[in-house]
Design a protein around this ligand. Sequence first.
Ligand code: AVJ
Ligand code: FE
Length: 446
Amino acid sequence: MTETTTTADLDVARLRDRIAAELDRTRARTVLLTSAVDDDELTRQHSPLMSPLVWDLAHVGNQEELWLVRDVGGREPVRCDIDELYDAFKQPRRDRPRLPLLAPTEARAYLGTVRDKVLDLLDGIRFTDRPLVTDGFAFGMIVQHEQQHDETMLATHQLRAGAPALTAPPPPQPRVRVADEVLVPAGPFTMGTSTDAWALDNERPAHRVDLPAYVIDAAPVTNGAYRAFIADGGYDDPRWWSEAGWQHRHEAGLTAPLHWRPDGSGWAYRRFGRWSPVRDDEPVVHVSFHEAQAYATWAGKRLPTEAEWEKAARWDPATGRSRRWPWGDADPTTEHANLGQRHLWPAPVGAYPAGASPLGVHQLIGDVWEWTASTFRGYPGFAAFPYQEYSQVFFGPDHRVLRGGSFGTDRAACRGTFRNWDYPIRRQIFSGFRCARDATDAEVRG
Ligand code: AVJ
Ligand code: FE
């Protein structure tokens, strides 16, 4: 009998290698985030908004067990006794520290056991038997899930009161001067995707959206611009705020972004346990949707809809196509965007000229998640896959969409179509924004 290696075999081998590499790279990040502090810091709750770090850790392993070991692999459970503890819908975040959670050592052992089984079953997989494994989707979903919790753990580290645990080099300096605004001409573009193999259900399907001409900020709103809003009494003037925003501003006593404090005549910003002066040319981070919306109104603008954000990020006027990323279809390098926790805060405007979109819109990917005006909804033709609890149960008026990823987002967990969402009052996430406005008649005529 002769054995032949077909192109299909090589493709399968290449996909297996890629999955193993992504799982490995992601686990190294999880280990970094959970070995940087001692067991007490891992098991305490640093904010009622967040889980103890050790909950995120075991939850990541439990999701990997549920989807890859049990569902994809059809194997025996590793630990079916802990499913309930790590079910995010059964355990509200504020109650998690009082649960009988696995201790850090047990959790690490559990993750190791699950991962060994996953690598073992990956060895024999063909990626053709069911939609769940087509093009390695379930593995991609689990990589993204772990990366999302890694970003959540990073936000927990930012909330820790204890000694600094994480370090990274500062982001690059500006290389170009960036314009204030960019005109996006009227016309249709393709929003979402039907072809990106690891895109999640809420990014699907691709559909045409026709937009009138609009103007969008060429960069995220900076600390310097935001300071001007504060200095102008923006937090004390109800004209700029929505009714819900104004009410929240009072109840929560908001006066500046989270992690800011007055510093002489200016402001300081606490980044992962260290105070430093607020730098005017960096995108503002740790603001809520309500603050973003108030700023935009004060500036005579508004927040972009997510369709406006995505057209500015993906639409290529030369071909009419939508790209996967602002710079093209290739995955980001360190030249394109401030992603992946390589730096611990946003990069100044102008630091990533290679990452600009064809229309010249900068820093759409990385630096800060950008609040949009849009509530989180399914696209026309949406179908929940593989479970309703990933996206569908969050559809409705309560959540606003954020786009683009932050300095703490991994490249596997963002792209031009990726949609994040949160409550409009939240700001412990790495959230900023840019503004947009309708184009004037003169601008439309050129
Ligand atoms: C998409 C970031 C809003 O963290 O709640 C993690 C991702 N879903 N585990 C979240 C998620 C299930 C989700 N966000
Ligand atoms: Fe989760």
